[in-house]
Design a protein around this ligand. Structure first.
Ligand code: PLP
Ligand code: COI
Length: 351
């Protein structure tokens, strides 16, 4: 257990104002947050303070040059009120991978892990127990240092904020296969969880939303011929009995849910292939009936079945299967996350 993180307790709690039976995603925040500053070449000791706004100089480099990275994780409560995280070290490693690419100083593991554990422990009353709900945890780092000079800042803030949350998508997920815009390019920052990757998606996603699509499936920036990932999740495709997903590369986020789903699928005896999937192959499979299902996988999205995809003005509906891979895999992964089943992979981390 953690006992060396300074805690300044909130004077009052907001918890009684929260309707835990009707939680949306990421819109109410717990009473405390973890804060840690980088100054004079080192990260200070993390501390927990009441959740509050932060003050920044207008010249802070986050506003001008977008040096900002984040993570997404969840805490789950089981029937016995025990609290669990899912593969938290993977989030820590990915945060530092993103940090390196954005010229942000990497965080020491203890700052992240001990800070995270202390915060989740303190906020454990906020972890919803309703099915499908959890405490969404948002660790993030941004340039708080001043200056209009276009160079990395000298000061940064690492914060962890938490939001009791329900499902990310409110209904069926219809996706548009993007043919004009790109999310990421070779040699770019696509593999990093950088704030700018999301800002760049908003406009094309708005255009897609106007046509009734909830997410864009990004294709490779060079040819737009191969599907890569969606705006907030990695993508899986089932053709006949084979489960396919694109290999990660420097344009795709190396999703923790994606790699867990691949391991679980193999364990379930499902044939998996990590290979490029062309839009042509997808359209042909939809036309000849061999495309059985598609789903997204991510921390926020969990496993989200895709009901249809749009491509060049045509919508291709996917069948609703009684025993889909999506439902089998979602059950397996959430049973591990909520401590309802054996964790043969050693992914659960008790808080
Ligand atoms: N791809 C993108 C662009 C995402 O934002 C996310 C969410 O974090 C994912 C994939 C899935 O990653 P993970 O499973 O690690 O949450
Ligand atoms: C997550 O799944 O944790 C993410 O960061 C996706 C985000 C767009 C909500």
């Amino acid at each position: 257990m953690v006992n060396n993180i300074a805690i300044e307790k909130a004077k009052t709690s907001k918890i009684k104002d929260v309707d835990f039976d009707n939680l949306s995603f990421g819109s109410v925040y717990t009473d405390h947050m973890l804060v840690c500053d980088y100054k004079n070449g080192e990260w200070s000791a993390p501390k927990i303070v009441p959740y509050q706004p932060i003050t920044l100089d207008p010249s802070a480099k986050i506003f001008h040059y977008g040096q900002s990275i984040f993570e997404g994780m969840k805490a789950y409560k089981d029937e016995d009120e025990k609290v669990w995280l899912f593969r938290p070290l993977e989030n820590f490693k990915r945060l530092n991978k993103s940090a390196k690419r954005l010229a942000i100083p990497e965080l020491p593991e203890a700052h992240f892990m001990e800070g995270l554990m202390a915060l989740v422990h303190l906020e454990s009353d906020w972890i919803p127990k309703n099915p499908g709900s959890s405490l969404y945890i948002r660790p993030f780092v941004f340039a708080s240092g001043k200056g209009f000079h276009a160079s990395p800042a000298g000061e940064y803030k690492f914060i962890i904020a938490c939001a009791p949350s329900g499902a990310y998508f409110s209904g069926k997920v219809k996706v548009l296969i993007e043919q004009t815009y790109s999310r990421a390019a070779n040699g770019g920052v696509g593999y990093a969880k950088a704030g700018g990757n999301y800002a760049g998606q908003f406009y094309p996603t708005q255009l897609a939303a106007e046509k009734g699509y909830q997410q864009v499936i990004w294709t490779d920036d060079n040819t737009h011929e191969f599907i890569e990932e969606a705006g907030a999740m990695n993508v899986f495709v089932r053709i006949n009995d084979t489960l396919l997903t694109a290999p990660t590369n420097d344009r795709i986020l190396d999703g923790i849910t994606r790699k867990s789903i691949l391991d679980i699928a193999k364990d379930e005896g499902i044939k998996t292939e990590v290979r490029k999937v062309s839009v042509h192959e997808l359209v042909e499979a939809a036309k000849n009936g061999s495309l059985k299902e598609m789903f997204g996988a991510g921390t926020a999205a969990v496993v989200s079945p895709i009901s249809a995809f749009g491509y060049e003005g045509v919508d291709y509906d996917l069948p609703e299967l009684a025993d889909s891979y999506a439902s089998r895999l979602k059950k397996r992964i959430t049973d591990i996350q909520y401590n309802r089943a054996e964790d043969k992979f050693g992914w659960r981390h008790e808080v």
